[in-house]
Design a protein around this ligand. Structure first.
Ligand SMILES: [Zn+2]
Length: 294
């Protein structure tokens, strides 16, 4: 597995960082908006990608850390993503994997008439209390799994449902979806994925944080303890005893700072068996990371 950091820096309040990246890493630093930046230099934004275990990362970390130590505006929040790349044999030897849905669409179910009960006004954790109603013309037609911008509405194709049943996979039920334009009409092609399998809570070994630079806390926590807005600075670790062994399961912990239509969502964990079934069937719309049972 290789871990990479993607970091973006913006002129205006991160001028020093933009200049630091461009002078120290000229080959790796890319201007994201070259035409606009040529006309209005103050609008320039740049991106760099470096391996986390590299000397380049250490240098960037040192730069950000010193800015943070001096409490300089513009460095408390920096825009980062941590990416993990795996070989096929890494993925095939993992006991469990984190599944991330890559395709998103709108409008959300709530905008189409799906009813929710909001259970927490701080993090917007909610419970869906009606069948899912969606504008089905907006579902990405060539993906077998996608989600709305609400984060918690997962739509799968009938091929996904058939593959799941034929292989006797466990941990999910499939609910009907009704068409926004005609709410008595149930879709034949699309179904709502409701995961019933339980993966338990994250083990403490899982590293959470706003970004990989030190010191870094999580971005936000629901004061009532339901949800956390964070990046995952390590792979996901789960307690072996708390995972119910389902081929697909969700964590008890919820992630994301919900508001309005957005609801905090659990992580989706799948078994190696399900990974192989999805790969062999050629189903599309997600990516994987390795997760661990400890
Ligand atoms: Zn909450």
């Amino acid at each position: 597995m290789q871990e990479f950091l993607s970091l973006r820096a913006f002129s205006g309040n991160q001028d020093d960082l933009v200049a630091f990246l461009e002078s120290n890493f000229p080959r790796q630093t890319r201007v994201l908006n070259p035409r606009l930046a040529a006309r209005i230099p103050e609008s320039k934004s740049v991106e760099i990608r470096v391996p986390l275990n590299s000397h380049a990362f250490q240098e960037i970390n040192g730069f950000i850390e010193s800015k943070r130590n001096q409490n300089i505006d513009g460095y408390k929040y920096v825009t980062t993503t941590v990416m993990r790349k795996y070989s096929e044999s890494d993925l095939q030897s993992a006991e469990i994997l984190l599944l991330t849905i890559r395709s998103h669409f709108e409008p959300s179910g709530e905008e189409c008439g799906t009813i929710y009960e909001t259970l927490c006004n701080e993090c917007n954790w909610g419970r869906q209390v009606s069948d899912l109603i969606l504008d089905l013309r907006r579902v990405p037609q060539h993906k077998d799994i996608s989600e709305t911008i609400a984060w918690v509405e997962w739509v799968v194709s009938s091929k996904f449902v058939r593959t799941f049943a034929e292989n006797k996979l466990t941990g999910a039920e499939f609910r009907p979806i009704f068409e926004f334009k005609n709410p008595t009409k149930q879709s034949k092609e699309w179904h709502q994925l409701r995961v019933t399998g339980k993966a338990g809570e994250l083990a403490e070994t899982t590293k959470l944080g706003r970004d990989p630079f030190s010191p870094s806390q999580v971005s936000w926590r629901c004061p009532l303890g339901h949800a956390v807005a964070t990046q995952f600075l390590s792979e996901i670790y789960l307690h072996r005893n708390a995972w119910d062994g389902s081929d697909i399961a969700i964590t008890g912990a919820l992630f994301g700072q919900g508001r309005n239509l957005l609801r905090p969502a659990p992580l989706i964990i799948i078994s190696q068996r399900m990974y192989r079934v999805l790969q062999e069937a050629g189903l599309k719309g997600f990516s994987y990371e390795i997760a661990h049972l400890v």
